[in-house]
Design a binder for this molecule. Sequence first.
Ligand SMILES: *[C@@H]1O[C@H](CO)[C@@H](O)[C@H](O)[C@H]1NC(C)=O
Ligand SMILES: *[C@@H]1O[C@H](CO)[C@@H](O)[C@H](O)[C@H]1NC(C)=O
Length: 327
Amino acid sequence: MKRLHSQLDSNSNNIMSQLTICTHSGSFHADEALACFLLKLTDQFKDAKIIRSRDTEVVKAADVAVDVGAEYNQSKHRYDHHQAGFTEIFGDGFKTKLSSAGLIYKHFGKEIIKNRLQLDERKVNLIYKKVYANAIEELDGMDNGIERYPIDVKPLYAVTSTIGNRVASLNPSWNEPQDDDILFKQFEKAMTMMGEYFLDKVDYYGKSWVPAYDIVETAVKNRSSVHSSGEIIILDQYCPWKDHLYHVEDVLSIQTKIKFVLYQDTLGSWRIQAVNLDSHSFALRKALLEAWRGKRDQELSDIIDANGFIGGHKTKEGALTMAIKSL
Ligand SMILES: *[C@@H]1O[C@H](CO)[C@@H](O)[C@H](O)[C@H]1NC(C)=O
Ligand SMILES: *[C@@H]1O[C@H](CO)[C@@H](O)[C@H](O)[C@H]1NC(C)=O
């Protein structure tokens, strides 16, 4: 309540100087709903007021124009993507033409992620790219009408649950009342929906994905203390490690690839898992010794599946010995 009051006070004090974010009126879409939400997470525009209009003078007078105004110019905070000649992409390997969501994310995404997660620049950059790939690019592609598949491939069933569809269905139906106030209220719901979608992704990458990356990176850097070959790593704690391992090997330019990953399972036993050739492959860089496969030896407590993909041992030392023998 206190916070609300001071917010209201500061708004009324600043009524003349309050910044405005203008987006178009009429029916709304996922991209500008997210773009507006993102702007409200920036230091500069967190207190800005959102208005919806297509009136040229109103758009011109606004401090930020999003998805309206037929202009893209960052130094003037004009972020439309509909005009002829607009070709902006995210870059860094991504080639999908941006929507207003992608545009605002491109310019403010790092600041927003940094504010929310308090991580160092390297991690912010990792998350910035991951969230683009896994949350924003699809909005850009859908909004710009870019097909995900060759046009002659017909889907076998309909998918209607995309976030874009859910935002679209917040627009009043043709036979429901739809004045500006009603549309504005519905637009705010769309902003909230897109905001949750976005923040969930940021939190997942910041609080789950990055910590797993750290565990794998630490293990890889420590590989020579585990075995002189450098081909075995021990995870300090179990985490989803596969995608990270390829990435870390890449980043650290590791020539002798990791063959086995050891970690303790929830019951306290140790697992030895063989690494796949690459992220798209089922083939193993090295399988566990054939003689052990499909066996369970009570004495050694080792278990290995028939393909030599995963084995187990009661102790860390035992698991390590199995990995070394398999090299
Ligand atoms: C963007 O706006 C600035 C400031 O008005 C102007 O100097 C610049 O030429 C504009 N850039 C483009 C590409 O129009
Ligand atoms: C590095 O590996 C050794 C040998 O397994 C282990 O004792 C040590 O705790 C590891 N250090 C880190 C930082 O993981």
